[in-house]
Write a protein that binds this ligand. Structure first.
Ligand code: T4K
Length: 391
C-alpha cells in the first residue's frame, strides 16, 4: 500500500498540493481494441467506397452480435437512444410507460420525446433495479408498457416483470445499455421481453464510438425496426412506413468488430479491477462495493461504491477528495431522472414515491475502471478513500 497521505476531511479546501495523479483518471475511458485490425477494416471501407446505409461491415457486425448473444435479429443503430426510440415506436407504446428513475436520463427521454409520459417506479435498494411491486402500484388505465433497465449490467427481475406485464396486458421491453454479455439465470441478455436495447457508446465496456442496437427474436418487429431506421424505405423510391435515420455507419461497425474480438480481455481486466477495489475498500466503515453475482456473467464495467449515511464522511466529500487528486469519479445517476427537467416539473412530488431511488442516488459513486486503470491506481484510490474515512 502506498504510504503517501492524501487530502483528508480537514485538508479538502487546501490548494497547492499536487494531485496524486498527473493525468485525470476518467470513469468511462474507452476500451480500444487492436489498432492494426481496426485500421485494416477502415482501409477496406475506403476501398469499398461504401460508408453507410447497410454496408457490408454493418451486416457482418449484426451477424456477429446476434450470434454472440444467441438472438435471431440484431438491428444496429447510430446510438442507444435512437434504438430505444425506434423500439418504443415499433412496439406501439403510448400514453404512460413505467420506467425506473434510477437510470441514465435517456431511458425517460426516449419516451417523452415521442409524446409518451414516463412514469417512474421505485427500485429495490439492494439490486438498484425496478421493484415489481412498485411497478404494480404505478399501473393505470393509460399504461401501455414497462421498460426494465438492467442497471450496471445486473439483470432486472425479468420473470416478475414479465408476469406483471402479462397480467395487465402490457408490453415489456428492456434497456440493456449496460448489459452487453450479461446473463439472467444463465441465459444471455438479449432475448427477454419483446426486445432489448443495447448501447455501444464510447464509455461502455464494448464500444463502436457511438452506436446501439435492438435485439429480438421477433421477426415482424425486427422488420418494422429495419424500415424505421432507414426512413421507411423498402427498395428504391418506395417508402412504406414512417421512419427516421437511425443507421449505424461502416466505421462504427469496424470499431465494433475489432472491439468484439478483444472484449473478453476487457472483461478479464474489469473483473481484476473490481476484485482489487473490493479488497482495497474492504472493512472501511460505511463504504461498500456493489457485488456482481458470481453465478452470472457481467462485464464488471461499473465499479459502484455506496457511501452509507453512517460513514464518517459524505458521498460528496469523497467525490470532491477524489477529484482533487485527479480521480474523476462520477455520481451516476444522481439526482435521478425525476429530479431532472422536464420530469421535476411534471412530477414535482415524485420523490415521495421514490424513497429507495432517493436513498440510493444520495450514496453512489462510480470509480474508474477498464483497460486504462492499473492495479497501482486502484491501490492509490483505495488509500485516498481510506484517508478520507479514517484520517
Ligand atoms: N440507457 C442507459 C441505461 C444508458 O446508460 C445510456 C447511456 C443510454 C440508455 C443511451 O445510450 P447512448 O444513446 O448514449 O448510446 C455517458 C454516455 O454519453 C452515455 O452513453 C451513457 N449511458 C452514460 C452513462 O454516460 P455522460 O454525460 O456521463 O458523458 P461524459 O461526456 O461526461 O463522459 C463520461 C466520461 O467518459 C468522462 O469522464 C470522460 C470519459 N470519456 C468520454 C468519452 C465520450 C472519455 O474518456 N472518452 C470519450 O470518448 O454520459
Amino acid at each position: 500500500m502506498p504510504t503517501k497521505t492524501f487530502r483528508s476531511k480537514a485538508d479538502l479546501a487546501i490548494n497547492g498540493a499536487p494531485p496524486a495523479f498527473d493525468q485525470p483518471l476518467h470513469v468511462g475511458r474507452p476500451n480500444i481494441g487492436d489498432r492494426d485490425a481496426f485500421t485494416q477494416r477502415v482501409n477496406k471501407i475506403l476501398d469499398n467506397q461504401w460508408l453507410t446505409n447497410n454496408g457490408p461491415m454493418v451486416l457482418e457486425f449484426e451477424r456477429r452480435i446476434a450470434a454472440h448473444l444467441g438472438v435471431k435479429h440484431c438491428i444496429a443503430m447510430c446510438n442507444g437512444t435512437i434504438a430505444l426510440e425506434i423500439a418504443i415506436r415499433a412496439l406501439g407504446l403510448e400514453g404512460e410507460v413505467i420506467v425506473p428513475s434510477w437510470t441514465f436520463v435517456a431511458t425517460a427521454h426516449a419516451l417523452y420525446w415521442q409524446g409518451i409520459t414516463p412514469v417512474f417506479a421505485d427500485i429495490d435498494p439492494a439490486t438498484h433495479n425496478l421493484d415489481p411491486e412498485a411497478v404494480r402500484r404505478m399501473i393505470t388505465p393509460r399504461t401501455s408498457g414497462i421498460i426494465g433497465v438492467h442497471l450496471w449490467g445486473r439483470a432486472a427481475l425479468i420473470d416478475e416483470l414479465q408476469s406483471l406485464a402479462d397480467e395487465h396486458g402490457l408490453k415489456l421491453m428492456f434497456d440493456a445499455a449496460h448489459a452487453f454479455g450479461s446473463t439472467y439465470k444463465g441465459q444471455t441478455i438479449g432475448r427477454f421481453g419483446a426486445c432489448e436495447v443495447l448501447s455501444f457508446h464510447a464509455t461502455k465496456s464494448f464500444n463502436t464510438f457511438e452506436g446501439g442496437a435492438v435485439v429480438t427474436d421477433d421477426e415482424e418487429l425486427a422488420e418494422k425496426m429495419r424500415l424505421m431506421r432507414n426512413f421507411g424505405f423498402h427498395g428504391y423510391d418506395n417508402v412504406i412506413h414512417p421512419g427516421t435515420n437511425g443507421k449505424m455507419i461502416e466505421v462504427c461497425a469496424a470499431m465494433g468488430l475489432t472491439n468484439l474480438d478483444g472484449h473478453s480481455d476487457v472483461i478479464t481486466i474489469n473483473m481484476r479491477n473490481h476484485s482489487a477495489y473490493t479488497a482495497a475498500l474492504r472493512g472501511m466503515p460505511g463504504i461498500s462495493v456493489l457485488a456482481y453475482d458470481p453465478a452470472e456473467h457481467n462485464s464488471h464495467h461499473y465499479v459502484v461504491i455506496e457511501v452509507d449515511p453512517s460513514c464518517t464522511v459524505t458521498r460528496d466529500q469523497i467525490v470532491a477528495a477524489l477529484q482533487a487528486e485527479n480521480v474523476l469519479a462520477r455520481k451516476y445517476f444522481w439526482p435521478g431522472a425525476h429530479r431532472m427537467k422536464p420530469y421535476s416539473e411534471i412530477f414535482p412530488h415524485a420523490n415521495l414515491l421514490l424513497r429507495n431511488t432517493e436513498f440510493v442516488a444520495a450514496k453512489v459513486v462510480i470509480l474508474p475502471s477498464g483497460m486504462s486503470v492499473a492495479l497501482e491506481d486502484i491501490a492509490t484510490i483505495g488509500a485516498i478513500i481510506k484517508q478520507m474515512v479514517e484520517g
